[in-house]
Design a protein around this ligand. Structure first.
Ligand SMILES: [Mg+2]
Length: 176
């Protein structure tokens, strides 16, 4: 296993800590957001005030936000409806299908697109394959779904390997 494939460019407390000024300075025009536990939590489908404020900030600054989710169409469409943002479903992370589709739709380039997600095994791996930068955020909530539990176990395993080599993953309040 090449652990660097699971190592993000940045660690951040939550997606809504990505501020427009920092993204502008990084040359980012398109933010690809994982859905479950990155943008919304199962126990708060309408999103938090912070999340809504963040989406407004992105809109004001002309930064596109597109959800890239492995979930199916009905689930994703329903989940993003309160936010009125664009989405790609069945994105097949850790493969690049969904990321490529979103980048094509918004004419994003490898330089001006960033992927944000809560899972190394899917979100970060897919970003590396697509050749774009990535941000790992803390999951918004714990889920007891067995599949998620299994994925979390794999996450912890790769996290241990990355931390043994690169030091502790520190989730920053801000990218700097
Ligand atoms: Mg997720």
């Amino acid at each position: 296993m090449v652990i660097e494939n699971y190592k993000p460019d940045f660690y951040l407390e939550a997606i809504y800590h990505l501020d427009a000024t920092t993204l502008d300075n990084m040359g980012i025009k398109l933010v690809l957001a994982d859905l479950d536990n990155t943008l919304t939590a199962w126990n708060n489908p309408d999103g938090t005030p912070e999340m809504r404020a963040w989406l407004e900030e992105m809109k004001r600054d002309g930064i596109e936000v597109c959800v890239v989710s492995n979930n199916h169409k009905k689930r994703v469409a329903h989940a993003v409806a309160p936010f009125g943002i664009d989405y790609v479903y069945d994105s097949m992370k850790p493969f690049t299908k969904g990321i490529n589709e979103a980048m094509h739709r918004f004419a994003g380039t490898k330089e001006n697109t960033i992927m944000v997600g809560d899972q190394r095994m899917t979100d970060i791996r897919a970003a590396h394959r697509a050749g774009i930068r990535s941000v790992l955020v803390k999951p918004l909530t714990e889920s007891d779904h067995w599949q998620t539990q299994f994925n979390r176990w794999r996450e912890r395993r790769v996290t241990r390997k990355i931390e043994a080599k690169y030091g502790q993953s520190i989730y920053q309040p801000k990218i700097n």
